[in-house]
Design a protein around this ligand. Structure first.
Ligand code: ATP
Length: 327
């Protein structure tokens, strides 16, 4: 256990996610509330190494709650992967009097945080900020809800053109190696099928679903494809389908980085606010080397080791529901 810190730094790292700003705001305001000095680090671990710091106060974070992205900027830092880079980071933050760190990011960021925390006994708490929802130790990560909402807004629009022309659309959504965004947006948009890492769908099953849709007189269809699915690249999947169903008009849309942007939903703003406060309060009670998360409406602190290595499982009930509703 660490003693309560006096000077907390906060940074955002890895892929940006809507709601990161709300989390920074919550960290800064709760640090101020508990009368701690608080510093923002620009450009993730790159800024930690370079000493790119700015002292923040409660006014520094006004009007950011509703903004996508992260005003502290995010980065992928090769230097932080090296012992020299981390040594420099430790020396810069110590010189600035920073004695605790809050890292808002995904599993890569927490891997770096864990190594750094163990190497230099730095007190660090992580806040899960990634659209992928792929972290063990929290039911939801910051940005996932907004990204899913963006995905279904786009799919709804694609649905309009799909139905006007009786087309079959394959729509690729993000999620790295997980199908969280894919499954949720498939259910919420009434997609015919979802191809994601967790369901190991085969081409035969896909063909059957499309044939069944034809028999049921479903002439326009959406298939949601998770970027990390194991069946193949979306264009290759489309080619297979075009060969099998030459009479169908098959199109591909990749939503890409659209899903990273936009104003966070109410859900993400509230989640980010809760987790930002939980991170500061965790530091105050001496916690370190853990990620703050929310499971079953309770704040919990999960060791980085577990958050990184254990898999966040998709609720099988959602897969079951999706099967029923695509009939
Ligand atoms: P997202 O899930 O949105 O991509 P992430 O946090 O997983 O976010 P990464 O690019 O994997 O994003 O990691 C962010 C940064 O964390 C890396 O650029 C690097 O600086 C640091 N990092 C990752 N892995 C390590 C490691 N093994 N050792 C030291 N630092 C690391």
């Amino acid at each position: 256990m660490h003693k309560a810190p006096s000077h907390i730094a906060v940074l955002t790292s890895g892929g940006d996610a809507p709601g990161m700003n709300a989390a920074i705001r919550a960290v800064v305001r709760s640090a101020v509330y508990y009368e701690k000095k608080v510093t923002g680090v620009y450009n993730g671990y790159e800024g930690l190494i370079d000493g790119n710091y700015e002292e923040l106060n409660s006014r520094s974070v006004k009007y950011i709650l509703n903004q996508g992205g992260t005003f502290l900027k995010s980065a992928r830092s090769q230097r932080f992967r090296t012992t020299e880079g981390r040594k420099e980071a430790y020396s810069k933050m110590s010189a600035a009097g920073i004695d605790a760190l809050i890292v808002i990011g995904g599993d890569g960021s927490f891997t770096g945080a864990k190594i750094f925390s163990e190497e230099y006994n730095v007190q660090i708490i992580g806040v899960p900020g990634t659209i992928d929802n792929d972290l063990y130790g929290t039911d939801f990560t910051i940005g996932y809800d907004t990204a899913s909402n963006t995905a279904i807004e786009c799919i709804d629009k694609i649905r309009d053109t799909a139905s006007s022309h009786d087309r079959l659309f394959l729509v690729e959504v993000m999620g790295r190696d997980s199908g969280f965004i894919a499954l949720r947006s498939a259910i919420a948009s009434g997609a015919l099928e979802v191809i994601m890492p967790e369901n190991n769908l085969t081409f035969d099953q896909l063909y059957q679903a499309i044939e069944k849709a034809g028999k049921n007189k479903k002439f326009s269809n959406i298939i949601v494809v998770a970027e990390g699915n194991k069946l193949g690249n979306i264009f290759e999947i489309a080619d297979h389908l075009k060969t099998k169903f030459s009479h169908l008009d098959i199109k591909v849309t990749i939503l890409g980085h659209l899903q990273r942007g936009g104003s966070p939903t109410v859900f993400d703003r509230v989640l980010a606010s809760k987790l930002g406060v939980a991170a500061v309060e965790g530091l105050l009670i001496g916690r370190s080397n853990v990620m703050a998360g929310i499971m079953n409406n309770q704040v919990i602190y999960t060791p980085f080791e577990e958050a990184i290595t254990r898999r966040a499982y998709i609720n099988p009930e959602l897969i079951r529901i999706n099967k029923i509703l695509t009939i």
